[in-house]
Design a protein around this ligand. Structure first.
Ligand SMILES: [Zn+2]
Length: 474
């Protein structure tokens, strides 16, 4: 690989060289949503961030395998199913479908695997049995099974916390059956009427943390490259995932990447606080390009303050870029000729990739995007065609591929290749017709193409064509 990638690794607490477990391949696990509601912009940040990180890795030639789970067994889903009087599966299915609608609108690609917890119960039960065998987990009288945190001496390494100073706080479940407040549930005995599965400890369901350890290792293997998620998951969720994996002698993730939170009115955006901005509602007001440029304009690790005013300001600058793209298309009457990239194109692309290789420095990429848009405007004013083409395709194709922004509905490059191929086929047919003296038909092809703005010329080197709107001969 040409690019020396550096990432901030939460475990070591510093920016480190990224060396994948297997050369040229990167395996990533990203914690996904609990499917009981529509997703808000805070849920969307890790998805948008790591979708782009994956695009970057693929762009520079890595084969990426990425997994994002759906948590479809959870108290919140069960509560919602009671409220509506329907099964938990129905709630989960509904919000998984809604999730995909939002992803399509955000122009986020599906990852390679999207496993659901309910499809991994057998594997989870087997995993818990191993933890019990190894002495890291214990069953209690009501049928719950807990992980014995004090037995695992590396506990706290990821979140850089000392077990003695840990307090039972956010998302640490309180239970009278636990030996220690830090212990967490691997298996929960089911209460009357709750969804449940058979297990050696009676009817119950898995705890939250075990599902990710199991699905990550089942799909990616015992050792993979990056475990990712929002930094609100570092403790206890990721600390617990890692404890379960290492206790069962799996190497698990080599690196841990975490994104910062999105803050609205100075408080963490969370459904429980009621200050929720649903992706769906935001996309009614703002284009996905505006939301994504806004998010990428800050480094993924820092918190983002979001407000309508800030988004409106971003919208103005994003619209300027769109305007310059539109003017380029108008200049070339709808079809900007694709050219083999020259020095300028290569050096801009190189700059961008180097910055992204440096702990995914998207703010510099976004700053450069606006520079390119200015260059494009200058080129339009001075009618510098090669600069129009280069800047246009840098934004449309390179930013399009890397971030899923400013994309046309189809890749313009793909479109250009198809048009070119089709015209060549027509020219071959016309030549064959002429060779057989079927001039009526060969002239029909020439005249019809001419009406479509494609000029056919027979030269000593064979038949050539050009678009009448520009003079680039093919
Ligand atoms: Zn997880």
């Amino acid at each position: 690989m040409k690019y020396n990638i550096k990432i901030y690794d939460t475990l070591t607490g510093k920016v480190v060289d990224f060396v994948p477990v297997k050369e040229d391949e990167v395996k990533i696990y990203l914690c996904g949503p609990t499917v009981y509601n529509l997703i808000h912009i805070g849920n969307a940040r890790p998805i948008i961030t790591f979708d782009a990180f994956r695009r970057f890795l693929e762009y520079i030639g890595y084969k990426v395998t990425m997994v994002q789970n759906f948590t479809d067994i959870d108290d919140k889903i069960i509560t919602q199913s009671y409220k509506e009087g329907v099964s938990f599966e129905k709630i989960a299915r509904r919000y998984i479908i809604e999730y995909w609608k939002d992803m399509v609108d955000l122009k986020v690609r599906a990852f390679n695997f999207h496993p659901k917890t309910s499809n991994y119960i057998e594997e989870i039960v087997r995993y818990i049995e191993i933890l019990i065998e190894k002495g890291f987990a214990y069953e209690v009288e009501n049928g719950d099974v807990y992980f014995n945190v004090r037995k695992f001496d590396k506990y706290g390494e990821l979140s850089h916390r000392d077990t003695n100073s840990m307090i039972s706080g956010s998302r640490i479940e309180i239970s009278t059956y636990k030996k220690d407040p830090l212990d967490f549930a691997l298996w929960k005995a089911s209460k009357e009427g709750e969804p449940c599965w058979e297990s050696p400890w009676g009817k119950g369901r898995p705890g939250w943390h075990i599902e990710c350890t199991v699905m990550a290792t089942e799909i990616l293997g015992d050792s993979f490259d990056i475990h990712a998620g929002g930094n609100d998951l570092i403790f206890p969720h990721h600390e617990n995932e890692r404890a379960q994996a290492l206790a069962s002698e799996k190497q698990f993730a080599k690196y841990w990447m975490h994104n910062g939170m999105i803050q609205l009115a100075q408080s963490k955006m969370s459904k429980s606080l009621g200050n929720v901005w649903l992706v769906r509602d935001l996309l009614k007001q703002f284009d996905s390009d505006v939301l994504k440029v806004f998010i990428f304009s800050k480094h993924y690790r820092v918190p983002i303050d979001i407000s309508e005013d800030l988004l409106r300001a971003q919208e103005i600058s994003v619209n300027r870029v769109k305007q310059s793209l539109k003017e380029s298309e108008e200049y070339f009457q709808g079809f900007v000729p694709y050219s083999k990239e020259g020095e300028y194109f290569k050096s801009q692309e190189e700059y961008l990739l180097k910055n992204l290789a440096n702990d995914f420095n998207t703010p510099s990429a976004i700053a450069r995007l606006f520079d390119l848009s200015k260059e494009l405007n200058k080129a339009l004013n001075s009618k510098n065609e090669s600069m129009i083409v280069d800047n246009y395709y840098l934004i449309r194709n390179v930013y399009g591929s890397l971030f899923g922004i400013f994309e046309s509905s189809r890749s313009v490059e793909e479109y250009a290749v198809e048009v070119d191929d089709l015209i060549k086929v027509l020219i071959e047919v016309r030549t064959t017709l002429r060779n057989n003296r079927l001039y009526n038909l060969s002239d029909y092809i020439r005249d019809t193409l001419n009406q479509l703005g494609i000029e056919i010329k027979d030269t000593s080197e064979g038949t050539k064509y050009n678009f009448k709107s520009n003079k680039s001969e093919v």
